[in-house]
Design a protein around this ligand. Sequence first.
Ligand code: FAD
Length: 300
Amino acid sequence: MKEYDIIIIGAGPAGISASIYAVSRGKSTLVIEKDRIGGLIGKVSTVTHYSAIMEEETGGTFAARLEAQARGAGVEFLFAEVTAVSLEGECKEVTAGGQTYKARRLILANGTTPRKLGIPGEEKLFKKGVGGNATKDGAAFTGKHIYVVGGADGAVKEALYLARFADKLTIIHFEEKLGTIPEFLRKVEAADNIEVLLNTRLTAVSGEDRVESLTLTDIRTGEVRTVNDSGCGIFIYAGSTPNTGLYAGLSLKDGYIAVNDKMETSIPGVYAAGDICVKQVRQAATAVADGAVAAINAAM
Ligand SMILES: Cc1cc2nc3c(=O)[nH]c(=O)nc-3n(C[C@H](O)[C@H](O)[C@H](O)COP(=O)(O)OP(=O)(O)OC[C@H]3O[C@@H](n4cnc5c(N)ncnc54)[C@H](O)[C@@H]3O)c2cc1C
């Protein structure tokens, strides 16, 4: 069984930041990632507001620089899904890809998973017009009608990006106004092909190999209407849920991991960083800061 000083689960901004600080302190460090380096932000169309980003920074360019920096620092990666952990005791164990790895310290940085709406037709039409990734799939809807479900910053930012492909783009949001920052609101208002449908939920989608129609429900009046829109694209940004299913022994709040100001969890030797933690602001900047604090303390 291979043994490390520190094992980090997740290679998003929090995990990568933690890994760079951990190796800098002479600690043998393994990062285990089930998908690609970069995490959630690696998949977004544009990265905004993080300090020192490049002009036109995309999720892809940001993730590539995270990876280059970590590899340059000598971080070791294992690409496999963590399926079990043993958190108690001096020596922690992590199982991934059928192997078990040991470490004296663990940093849990495996983030959140975008939430689905759970509406009829969503599963059947997933990747056939519903769901998908704006960067990869947006161009497939060039000249078509695109719908974006969600009204927070991430949703509106992806809507602004997708509007460059769409003939028309509709943001569907259940609240009475968009919950986004003035910068994005101004851009929405200035765009001539974006409309905003408030107080409305997408409650079903229909079609066989592509979307044929959407069912919309006005949450104030209860009015339900069907919109026929063959071949349209629907991108969903309806929040996310923490990936804490493996961590039953930890103190959680609403599913997120409770940490102190050293990013220590309720179990000695186990740290957490990034979006998976109880916190007010979930951004790359706060994830990177958490990763630094967790690794510096884990390395002591
Ligand atoms: C649409 C959208 C746009 C955004 N835009 C911005 C922006 O412009 N600027 C900004 O600062 N923030 C932005 N954010 C927020 C930002 O993406 C997150 O705050 C940040 O990615 C959190 O980093 P993290 O490392 O904590 O988690 P994540 O980025 O979620 O990384 C977690 C990693 O853990 C891996 N993982 C999960 N489970 C396992 C497992 N069992 N085994 C192994 N690996 C696992 C995942 O594959 C993932 O790579 C945006 C978010 C969204 C949804």
